[in-house]
Design a protein around this ligand. Structure first.
Ligand code: SF4
Ligand code: SF4
Length: 212
């Protein structure tokens, strides 16, 4: 009987029906230059990820994603940006920060996802979650205008563009808005950040980049 292969699950020998190894032409060659560019542009040390999956196990939205968050980082490490084009994960991420608090290496996935949104738009990629992209754009537009989001304007713009400004959905949202106003969770009038220079600097166009 052959000796079990070290590291195999339950100490059992690895199955002999594994897929054949890729040919040298098919093999993925990690491109370190690409990773360095991603890290410089996003400000996130993606190379520090060692694939422990703690981020993905804690992500409250991974059930709706087509790629796990750790897979996004892995594809970036391997220079396979094409695998992220058309993926829903980047657009579904709600920047809730759960993954960042769980990551033993402080890989800032929410920031990476935000950068990816911008990068995919810059590359002319259509978002599989168009409504999420629209919300993202309106959110950023509001922040660029006032330095903070005015929820009333954000929701009105979103509903007008998605056809939800009339009918039962509009009534439901109006009720929700009223409840939020009563509970002080939403302001009646917008507030504006007075430091215009800070705001302008924040939204200054990066070299070769754009805001979604
Ligand atoms: S928790 Fe951090 S190190 Fe672990 S897979 Fe996720 S990003 Fe990588
Ligand atoms: S920030 Fe995004 S990827 Fe991270 S846990 Fe939240 S939804 Fe998931």
């Amino acid at each position: 009987m052959s000796e079990p292969i070290a590291g195999a699950p339950n100490g059992e020998p690895l199955s002999s029906d594994r897929p054949p190894a890729p040919s040298p032409e098919e093999a993925i060659r990690p491109d370190g230059r690409w990773l360095a560019q991603v890290e410089a542009a996003s400000g996130v040390k993606a190379g520090a990820c060692y694939g422990c999956k703690k981020c993905s196990n804690g992500c409250p939205l991974s059930f709706a994603m087509d790629l796990h968050p750790y897979q996004v980082v892995r594809y970036l490490q391997l220079g396979q940006m094409d695998k992220l084009e058309g993926s829903s994960t980047v657009w579904i991420c709600a920047s809730c920060q759960t993954c960042l608090t769980r990551c033993p290496n402080q890989v800032d996935l929410p920031r990476l996802m935000d950068w990816l949104k911008e990068e995919l738009v810059r590359r002319g990629q259509a978002a599989p979650e168009e409504k999420v992209r629209l919300f993202h754009q309106l959110f950023l537009k509001g922040v660029a205008k006032r330095g903070r989001v005015f929820e009333g304007e954000l929701m009105a713009g979103y509903m007008l563009k998605t056809g939800g400004a009339f009918g039962p959905e509009a009534i439901k949202n109006a009720r929700l808005g009223l409840t939020m106003l009563k509970k002080g969770r939403m302001k009646l009038l917008p507030e504006r950040n007075k430091d215009r220079r800070w705001l302008k600097a924040l939204f200054r166009e990066p070299k070769g980049g754009s805001h979604a």
